[in-house]
Design a protein around this ligand. Structure first.
Ligand SMILES: [Fe+2]
Ligand SMILES: [Fe+2]
Length: 179
């Protein structure tokens, strides 16, 4: 499957979980866990595979996307530590949903069309296969393993750091490897 199609499919899945959460609170804790695992695994494969592969197509949108992931992750953490019965639960859920909606719209309407044009079907297929596997692995690890503790650091910050370490030239001009 093309990388962009895979990501769009995952966007629809996340939207579906949001709808379920808004419509019924009876199964909220299981749905919140599903949302956290889906979202963090989706963000992980974008941050670690998709964005680095497409950065040169539109580096401004990729940078903005990483920042939006950070904001969404913090909003998600705040939601997860809020009991469903808390008066602010609904507001936190809506705020997270709006952040994601805006971000998904930018990806699907700005970034993906550019990427599809520049990368071509074969490259997108190969990337898609790699991302599909990585998503299953990330999802099995789960939210708590994928995101840092606390609110000061996000997984997007960590992905940025790893990407810049991989690019940093060593004294003899070779490219540093990720440990
Ligand atoms: Fe994203
Ligand atoms: Fe996405």
């Amino acid at each position: 499957m093309k990388a962009t199609d895979l990501l769009e499919q995952q966007h629809r899945k996340v939207e579906d979980v949001f709808d379920k959460l808004k419509n019924s609170k009876s199964n909220a804790s299981a749905l919140l866990e599903e949302l956290a695992n889906d979202l963090s695994a989706h963000m992980a494969i974008e941050q670690n595979i998709f964005y680095p592969a497409v950065r040169e197509v539109d580096s401004d949108t990729v940078e903005e996307s990483l920042e939006e992931h950070s904001m969404a992750e913090i909003a998600l953490k705040r939601l997860l530590r809020t009991p469903v019965t808390d008066p602010s639960f609904e507001a936190k859920l809506t705020t997270l949903e709006e952040l994601i909606e805006h971000h998904v719209e930018e990806e699907e309407e700005e970034l993906f069309p550019e990427v599809e044009e520049k990368l071509g079907a074969d490259k997108l297929d190969t990337l898609g296969r790699q991302m599909e596997k990585a998503f299953e692995q990330a999802k099995a690890e789960g939210f708590n393993a994928l995101v840092p503790q606390g609110l000061s650091q996000t997984s997007a910050d960590e992905s940025r750091k790893i990407a810049s370490q991989m690019k940093a030239p060593t004294p003899n001009g070779a490219v540093a490897q990720r440990r």
